[in-house]
Write a protein that binds this ligand. Structure first.
Ligand code: PLP
Length: 409
């Protein structure tokens, strides 16, 4: 029998061995949620099964009535996925987690499980384009109204949050421009009108920003990004109170089916063990690359939250442990100049992913944010000469060397 009640992977008989002090995130990331089977395996087991059996019809009935703790079907829950959920919840400091098949299914489920026809959602305007499509096209077609605000402006939030609102959605830092929203300030305003505050924490990662501690109610991730961070699997996660996960997210997900596969959860459990180390190094590298780019002649704009030149620098220093792994910058010139620069790179790959161990560069206007159209792009500051560089784990000197030779060309 798998024991799910022992959070650190110790068996019931070893109660005395349970740590009786608060463990550091690094420790939780390696051991949190581990539920060993009777075989005593070291690493997490991969339960690659869709269904579960019962000892009797009575046990099946009591399991469905939730009187017995028993997995029912892997669309609802699975032992490997549960280990990932418990580990990530322990790292985040959240009561509960539900893992999903991708970041977008996490984003959609986290909002859709809370709203119905006639409800109102307020969001910061600068965000990942698929989140933008969900909020401005899909949900409105089902009768939900949406108001977008300038995320950095307190008075805009205050005006929007003067009316009854069910959900506030914040992406901070934003993709691709790394704009910073004051999560504590917005949460206070949102709670006055009874709204649930959901933060897309993808760009900061669980290592560098803890939205729940800042007052938010829900955090969502694309686990594809820093959590896997090695270009292998898609995944997502929703974290919040036990009540929200149990009474809102799980019933919605159980019937609509955005569940994470056990195989992906198994890969992501291993990824969590090294996440802190990877993200800290990527943040250090990104700061070095940002500092380098800011000094170059052919560069017009560098946006990195922990650079003093960033508009939200003071807030980012307060709210985030690191500036993130992404640097947005623009070259002198137009789209052709940006393309020429990207094509001259020899180490950094052209790819629209981010948060990866490999440094990746993309041209948001023609790829990730293409769907938005020129007008919305311009409002978000996504110009034709803007690039988004996701800084990986290569040596910072090699990345700087690569950028320097591409600039010279
Ligand atoms: C990538 C991304 C998502 C979507 O995640 P997927 O795993 O690709 O579905 C959502 N929000 C942000 C900020 C992202 O960067």
């Amino acid at each position: 029998m798998t024991k799910r009640t022992r959070p650190w992977g110790y068996s019931d008989s070893a109660e005395a061995q349970l740590p009786d002090w608060d463990l550091h995130t690094d420790t939780v990331a390696v051991r949190g949620g581990l539920a060993r089977s009777g075989f005593g395996e070291t690493g997490e087991a991969l339960y690659l099964n869709s269904g579960f059996t019962y000892d009797s019809a009575e046990q099946a009935e009591s399991s469905f009535k939730e009187e017995t703790e028993h997995h029912l079907y892997s669309r609802f829950s699975n032992p490997t996925v549960a280990m990932f959920e418990e580990r990530l919840a322990a790292i985040e400091g959240a009561e509960a987690c539900f893992a999903t098949s991708s970041g977008m299914s996490a984003m959609f489920a986290s909002v859709a499980c809370l709203v119905k026809q006639g409800d109102h959602v307020v969001a910061s305007a600068s965000m990942f384009s698929s989140c933008y499509v969900v909020l401005t096209e899909i949900l409105p077609s089902w009768g939900v109204t949406i108001e977008l605000v300038e995320g950095t402006e307190e008075k805009d939030w205050a005006a929007a949050l003067s009316k009854p609102t069910q959900v506030v959605f914040i992406e901070s830092p934003s993709n691709p421009l790394m704009e910073i929203v004051d999560i504590a300030m917005v949460s206070k305003l949102a709670h006055k009108v009874g709204a649930t505050v959901i933060v897309d924490n993808v760009m900061a990662s669980p290592v560098m920003q803890k939205p729940l501690e800042l007052g938010a109610d829900v955090v969502m991730y694309s686990a594809t990004k820093h959590i896997d961070g090695q270009g292998r699997v898609l995944g997502g996660a929703i974290l919040g109170s036990r009540e929200y996960i149990k009474t809102k997210v799980m019933p919605f997900a159980r019937h609509t089916g955005p569940s994470m596969s056990a195989f992906n959860a198994w890969v992501l459990l291993k990824s969590l063990e090294t996440m802190t180390m990877r993200v800290e190094r990527m943040n250090e590298n990104a700061l070095k690359v940002g500092e380098f780019l800011a000094k170059q002649k052919g560069i017009k704009l560098v946006s990195y939250p922990h650079l003093k030149s960033h508009k939200g620098y003071a807030l980012a220093k307060k709210q985030m442990g690191g500036g993130g792994s992404t640097v947005a910058f623009a070259v002198d010139g137009d789209k052709a100049a940006a393309f020429k620069f990207m094509n001259a790179l020899k180490v950094i790959d052209i790819s629209n992913n981010l948060g990866d161990s490999k440094s990746l560069i993309t041209h948001p206007a023609s790829t990730t944010h293409r769907r938005l159209g020129r007008e919305v792009q311009e409002a978000m500051g996504i110009t034709e000469n803007l690039m988004r560089l996701s800084v990986g784990l290569e040596h910072a000197d090699d990345l700087i060397h690569d950028l320097k030779q591409a600039l010279a060309s």
